[in-house]
Write a protein that binds this ligand. Structure first.
Ligand SMILES: O=C(O)CCC(=O)C(=O)O
Length: 199
């Protein structure tokens, strides 16, 4: 396989990232449509360039922390159902109690990052809805970079090195080039499930 060049010219991952699982089509089309419909009826937050919704606990982006005082109640039923399925399928050992919904319009992304280590447990799970995008992974220590095409309804699971050592991010651009194919970005929504660690 080709080496990833990682700018706007990614190709299928040539590097295996320990602890990264990619499950295509984790949910059915109808469930995806139902989730998008419900999410679009909820209020959005405007803390960032992209719109977000927080459930369970509000995450403080500036302080990079979560605390009991930021608890905003249980996950809503529509999210609790997926959260229960993640545990039943053994992707997470404990039921996630925090969810961030991110909306990415074409041109929007998320900076490379490792999810707050003291705030959240050892597994982070993201479900993609609506549009495709390329997610970039980088390990500054090795150093290595690779990318993964996420299609709507795909699930990714970050644990082990993928959770603690590799940064993940989405470039802010209007199209991705993946395996030589130009993929125009559309509106994408992601649901990221986490289990909060309260100290
Ligand atoms: O959009 C995604 O799939 C990932 C979101 C993410 O990395 C985050 O909210 O920290």
């Amino acid at each position: 396989m080709q080496t990833n060049l990682f700018q706007n010219d990614a190709c299928a991952p040539s590097i295996v990232i320990d602890g990264l699982r990619h499950l295509p089509e984790y949910i059915a089309d109808e469930e995806e449509a139902r989730l998008i419909d419900i999410i679009d009826q909820q209020p959005w937050r405007h803390d960032l360039k992209r719109r977000v919704q927080h459930y369970g606990y509000r995450y403080d982006y500036k302080a990079r922390m979560v605390a009991l005082a930021l608890n905003i109640g249980a996950l809503p039923d529509w999210a609790a159902a997926i959260s229960a399925r993640l545990v039943a399928d053994k992707w997470m050992g404990q039921k996630p109690d925090q969810l961030i919904v991110n909306e990415y319009l074409p041109g929007q992304g998320i900076a490379p990052h490792i999810d707050c280590i003291p705030c959240f447990s050892d597994t982070i799970i993201s479900l993609s809805l609506a549009g495709p995008c390329v997610m970039d992974f980088s390990n500054p220590v090795l150093p290595q970079k690779t990318s993964l095409l996420l299609q709507p309804r795909d699930l990714i699971i970050l644990s082990g090195a993928a959770r603690y050592r590799w940064q993940h991010g989405i470039a802010a651009r209007k199209s991705d080039l993946y395996d030589g194919q130009k993929i125009n970005r559309q509106r994408r929504i992601s649901l990221t499930f986490r289990k909060v660690i309260l100290t």
